[in-house]
Write a protein that binds this ligand. Structure first.
Ligand SMILES: NC(=O)c1ccc[n+]([C@@H]2O[C@H](COP(=O)([O-])OP(=O)(O)OC[C@H]3O[C@@H](n4cnc5c(N)ncnc54)[C@H](OP(=O)(O)O)[C@@H]3O)[C@@H](O)[C@H]2O)c1
Length: 294
């Protein structure tokens, strides 16, 4: 058991929710945050008598972050957090030639700018106290790139870069920064991502057959993937480790994919990925089937 205080962003679903519940079960005082009051209330009820409190926090809204920060200060008697889990985020699918600027900006706003905003709110108290933990939920696509997920991959590459710099900057103040890099995990993530692909599957889209195939692949991965508890357990392990590593891949088998992509010639990696998603002239000429069942 521990009396440490931890805040989790994006706790209304998937990995964030599983993490908030697990940490509360382990005795952490958890501030589970999100932008949907009804989902937060449901989470509060589900936690029962565990030490889980909820706060509204939209990572895209600076005022909401400041308000959550003030509330944490008040509820902890000015001490602040022992740990912050930056988890809120989402992914889009779309050929880069066609992705709308608003979608591009939206992804960066939530996954990158939002993460740094929240960090800037809560890191100063950790630095002043000379202790703290920051866990940033990135992705295996923070270290490799998949076609049709270029924008999402770019945001997670940015999260990796910010985390690497932050780790070095905060180390002398006793604050440890760790990346958790999930592979496919069964949450609402795939649903959000495949819904965003709808427009690129329409008749007339030059990428339609490949996007359709990609969507089927994402759904198949999703069905075979571990649940969000696997990532929650890794995050809990990171928080308990005296000297956590810089990054943790979950499930661990995806480390091999990261190394394979790193070691193989780019030409070979491109050919394998293009074939896998149907980015070949032959596949692109194929007629598109009915919408992928949900
Ligand atoms: N699942 C995977 O396969 C996978 C793989 C690698 C990395 N990840 C990463 O894991 C993290 C969690 O994703 P998930 O799989 O748990 O997906 P999820 O089930 O869709 O949950 C995403 C969570 O983020 C929240 N969120 C989105 N925008 C937000 C905002 N502006 N402010 C506050 N909260 C916001 C969502 O809240 P609402 O309910 O309000 O939308 C939801 O609680 C993300 O950073 C994702 O990139 C997931």
């Amino acid at each position: 058991m521990t009396s440490q205080t931890v805040l989790v962003t994006g706790a209304t679903g998937g990995i964030g929710r599983a993490t908030a519940l697990l940490l509360a079960r382990l005795g952490y005082r958890v501030f589970a945050t999100g932008r949907k009051p009804d989902r937060l209330e449901e989470l509060r009820r589900q936690a029962g008598d565990r030490p889980l409190e909820t706060l509204l926090l939209d990572v895209n809204d600076a005022d909401s972050i400041a308000a959550a920060g003030a509330e944490v200060e008040r509820r902890t008697g000015g001490r602040g957090l022992d740990a912050l889990v930056n988890n809120a985020g989402y992914g889009l699918i779309g050929p880069l030639e066609l992705v709308a600027e608003s979608e591009l900006r939206g992804q960066f706003e939530t996954n990158v700018v939002g993460l740094l905003r929240v960090t800037q709110q809560f890191a100063p108290a950790m630095r002043r106290r000379g202790a703290g933990r920051i866990v940033n939920v990135s992705s295996v696509v923070g270290r490799l790139v998949l076609p049709f997920q270029g924008v999402y991959c770019a945001t997670k590459h940015a999260v990796e870069a910010l985390s690497d710099a932050l780790r070095m900057e905060l180390a002398p103040f006793g604050v440890r920064v760790t990346l958790v890099e999930p592979g496919p995990i069964r949450t609402h993530f795939a649903e959000t991502a495949t819904a965003s692909a709808a427009g690129y599957r329409d008749a007339g889209s030059p990428y339609a057959p490949a996007v359709e195939r990609y969507e089927r692949t994402v759904r198949a991965w999703d069905a075979r993937s571990p649940g969000p508890e696997a990532v929650a357990r890794t995050i809990a392990r990171v928080l308990r480790r005296k000297r956590p590593r810089a990054r943790y891949v979950v499930p661990g088998r995806f480390r091999a994919a990261i190394w394979a992509v790193r070691l193989a010639p780019t030409r070979v990696v491109d050919a394998v990925l293009r074939r896998a998603v149907g980015l070949t002239p032959r596949e692109l000429a194929r007629p598109v089937g009915p919408p992928v069942p949900r």
